[in-house]
Design a protein around this ligand. Sequence first.
Ligand SMILES: [Zn+2]
Length: 106
Amino acid sequence: MPIYTYRHSQENPDCQHSPNFDFEQVARDLPLTVCPWCGKPVVREISAPLVKVKNFDCELRDKGFTKLVRVDDGIYENKTRRAGEEKYVDRRRPETLPRFEKTIED
Ligand SMILES: [Zn+2]
């Protein structure tokens, strides 16, 4: 199930889940309007649910895409890492580059 992040409309020092909490729910469920613990108004953060993002990277990989996310100067995390590939790609080290020749097949 996707995990959504909710934020209290006003910080509530009495609620241990303030200001933000994560809540797992079915995507078609209506968003929460109040905190399940203190009953004060909450709003759902606009962001892709965590589970969904993870699946999306797997989907990309299954479709033959490679996704690199920059983490530092010249360093990229390979989000669609396949067997035998490095987790981090270093621009200065060609051996860490994704193995396209293993991805391409017909
Ligand atoms: Zn609360």
